[in-house]
Each structure stands twice: as C-alpha cells, then as structure tokens.
Design a protein around this ligand. Structure first.
Ligand code: UD1
Length: 434
C-alpha cells in the first residue's frame, strides 16, 4: 500500500487549482444510464471513485470514452445487465446510485446491499422506502437489493424523507424522472451536487424544479436525450486547501472554485481566524490572520450548514487554535477515527459520544499514522504539514478515492510531500505518476 512521507513546517505559498466535485461527478455518471443517447461530462476529477463508477457503467454494458483525461463520453445504448456487483459496491458505496436510473429506465435493478463502512452503518433504507412509494417492489435476496417496477414503469408519488439524505435524494430524482406523473420530494437534500445533477438531467430532457431547496418537483417524461455538462468545482477540496493554508501559516490563492458553495465553511474558518478574501467568483485568497487561530465550536449539519466532510480537516486545524473547540458530529456516528491518530502526533482531543473537544494549541510532531477514511486522510495530511519532523501516512488509497493529484498539487505550493509507492502496486496518483 502506498504511503505519504511529509516533512512539515513549510508555509504554503502560491496558486492551487480545484478539481471537479467527486460527489457531483458520481451521480452525473449514473444519470447517463437514463438515456440511450451520449452524455458528455467535462471536469470529471481523475480519482479512484470515478474510475470505479466508470467500471460500473461499463459492466452494465455502457461505453465510456475519455477523449481527454477529465472528459467522459458515456453511451448507455445497450445495457446488458441490471446488476451492480458486490465487488463494486463494497469498494464504493456510491454504486447504489445505479439503482435509481436503472429502475427508472428499465423497471428493474439489482445492487448489492452496502455494508458498514469506517464512518458508520450508512443504510439505504430511505432510498428503498422511496422507491416503494414510486411503485417498486423491493426484495432482499442473499445480500442483494432486487427492485422491480411491476408495471414496467414507476409512478410519481409524494415522498417525504424523514432524514436528509444526499444520495437518497439523487437516487429518487433519477428514478422519478422517467416515471408517469409527478413526484414531489420533501425534506430533500440541498447540497450543490443535487443542483448540479438536476441541471444535467434537465438538459437531458427531465423536468425537475426546486433542486437546491427542500422541495423538489419532478414531472415524469417519456424519454431522455443526450447532453453536455461541466461538473461543478469540489467544495470539500476547496475547504481542505483553505485549511492547508491556515494550518501552515501560508498564503495561497485557490482558483477554479465556487465560494458560494461553501459559505458555512468560509464563515466558520473566518471566525477561527482565517482571512479569506473572494478575489472574484472563482478565486479565493487565503491566509492566517496576524492574531493567529482562535478556537471556535462547530456542528456538522446538512447543507447549507457546516459539512461533515470538512469535520476531520477542521479538527486538525483546531489543534493549532488558542482555546477549546467543541466539534459536534451529527451526520455519521463513527466519524472521529482521525482523532486518535492526531493525538499520536501530539494533539489534545477528548471525545464524548458525538462530541470532540480539541484543546489547543498543541505542537504536533511527525509520527507514523494510519488513514482510516477519505476525509480522515486529509486531516492527517494537514496535521503533517504543520508538524515538526517527518510523518508517514499509511493507507493513502483512501485519499486517492477523492483528491485528484493531491501530492502534485500540494508540492506546487511548496509542501514537502512525496508518495512512497508500494512496489506491488502501480498506484501513484490514481495511475498517473506524481
Ligand atoms: C453523501 C456524500 C458523503 C457525505 C454525506 C453527508 C456522496 C457520494 N457521498 O453521502 O461524502 O459525507 O453525503 O453529507 O455524495 N441515512 C439513513 N438511511 C438512508 C440514507 C441515509 O439512515 O437510507 C442516514 C445516514 O446513515 C447518515 C445520514 O442519513 O446518518 C446522511 O446520509 P446521506 O446524506 O445519505 O449520506 P450519503 O449520501 O451516503
């Protein structure tokens, strides 16, 4: 398994570019299953999860061409199976996004039930209940979810999610697009990725209103067409770079981002002593304020509030802030795995249930640490960037799932980071070399 070797203490300086949003590209690729015409997606990040999603589409019978590294031309003209295998679902939960479009277009789908993952149980019960409300019959057969529309086509319905679910909202939008009649989703997720998916789907001929609000209305259509679409910038990568500048006391410009997608993160980090200036609609200038970082409490909540996907990076940053910061995680029950690794580096963090208190500031020193999930890996990279000495982060395949060319990007702004490739894997930077 590849590792990162990081020598900390270098203030980051220069310009860094944000890639396309992983969590938008994943559902947009799945949406290409809704039509037999070609869907062209630009700004698809070159990360492991997208390679897995591409494989899923190809296994189903679609062809995916990449005339350029970040452009995907997907044609789901002839689908040969309606089944997403356990092998794929176990490596990437987002494979469940195949359920909605397959069920919507073909009236049948079979996807392995995702199991637990490092950050919690992450069930899909709300997706399945919503599909049933759209008229699907759902059965569980030896670990697989088998879904059928008995009349061949789903029927529009009123769906009220009892809990906000991002992938659930996306799955239902895709299933309902080709249903007969109107579907209303209440308590829908409001993430920018939902709006991006709706924009693509509307270009494909769907009739979706209200994406980005808590009520989404979908008028079912008879068929959908090909379209061309550019994926939005990754707001979590943007937030991670802001934290990287702040934790190293550097000064960077973040380009090709969309600040309007991360208002809560910008506000929270501003309160904690990070100066963030919007130079234009897609560029941020970031530096730590002269008075230093100050402790500030935060609670993770669905968008537009502070995202759970920034919690681990925020925790790393707060180890350098003056005072106690209380961090409440309300989305996933087991998402403090990075805390014990940060503690090994010298952080002082106490955990009580879903609350962590970071007592800062503490000097961090390099250590051997283990990445446990995607965002936890990012927090360890941040900690290592400000630690004295060398940090060796193991299991960085987690970070390869969602951060495009992270080593190359951080090096370009002065970080002393290198990938130590496992001789048994040809894995460097998701296959590109560093
Ligand atoms: C998505 C993101 C992930 C992010 C998360 C929260 C993608 C591919 N993944 O994950 O990066 O961390 O949103 O913003 O976009 N729940 C249920 N039953 C369900 C579905 C969800 O109980 O059927 C619960 C989950 O356990 C969790 C909460 O609802 O506690 C939110 O989950 P959800 O928004 O569905 O997360 P994901 O879509 O899996």
């Amino acid at each position: 398994m590849d590792k990162f070797l990081i020598k900390g203490g270098v203030p980051l300086k220069g310009k860094i570019e944000v890639s396309g949003a992983k969590n938008s590209a994943l559902p947009c690729l799945a949406a290409a299953l809704l039509t037999d015409e070609t869907v062209i997606l630009h700004n698809v990040p070159y990360v492991k999860d997208l390679i897995t999603q591409r494989r899923l589409l190809e296994d189903l019978g679609a062809t995916v061409l990449t005339p350029e590294l970040r452009t995907h031309k997907i044609s789901a003209t002839s689908i040969v199976t309606f089944e997403a295998s356990y092998e794929l679902v176990k490596t990437m939960r987002a494979s469940v996004l195949a359920l909605g479009p397959l069920l919507g277009r073909f009236g049948q789908a079979k996807v392995s039930m995702p199991g637990g993952c490092a950050i919690g149980t992450r069930p899909i019960d709300l997706h399945l209940k919503a599909f049933e409300q759209l008229g699907a019959v759902i059965e569980l057969e030896s670990g697989d979810v088998v879904a059928r529309a008995p009349k061949g086509r789903l029927v529009g319905a009123e769906i009220g999610f009892e809990k906000v679910t991002v992938t659930g909202t996306e799955n239902v939008m895709m299933a309902a697009a080709l249903a007969t009649g109107k579907t209303t989703i209440r308590n829908a997720a409001r993430e920018p990725e939902i709006e991006d998916l709706a924009e693509l789907m509307n270009r494909m001929g769907a009739r979706i209103r209200g994406a980005g609000t808590e009520t989404i209305e979908i008028d079912g259509v008879e068929g959908m067409n090909g379209a061309e679409h550019t994926i939005i910038p990754d707001r979590i990568e943007t937030g991670t770079f802001i934290a990287a500048a702040a934790i190293t006391g550097g000064e960077i410009e973040i380009t090709r981002c969309n600040p309007s997608h991360l208002r809560a993160v910008i506000a929270q980090l501003g309160t904690a002593g990070v100066e963030i200036a919007e130079l234009n609609q897609s560029t941020l200038a970031v530096r730590r304020s002269a008075s230093g970082l100050k402790a500030a409490d935060v609670t993770t909540e669905p968008h537009p509030h502070f995202p759970t996907d920034m919690q681990a990076q925020y925790m790393a940053l707060m180890t350098q802030a003056e005072g106690d910061s209380l961090i409440r995680e309300t989305i996933f029950e087991n998402r403090f795995m990075h805390a014990s690794e940060l503690t090994r580096m010298g952080a002082n963090i106490s955990i009580h249930g879903n609350e962590a208190t970071v007592h800062g500031p503490t000097k961090l020193s390099g250590a051997r640490v283990l990445a446990s999930d995607l965002r936890a890996s990012a927090s360890l990279v941040l900690a290592a960037l400000c630690a004295t000495g060398e940090t060796l982060i193991d299991r960085v395949y987690h970070i390869d799932r969602g951060y495009e060319m992270i080593v190359r990007k951080l090096r370009s702004i002065g970080a002393d980071i290198e990938r130590i490739a496992d001789s048994s894997s040809a894995n460097a930077e998701a296959g590109q070399g560093v």
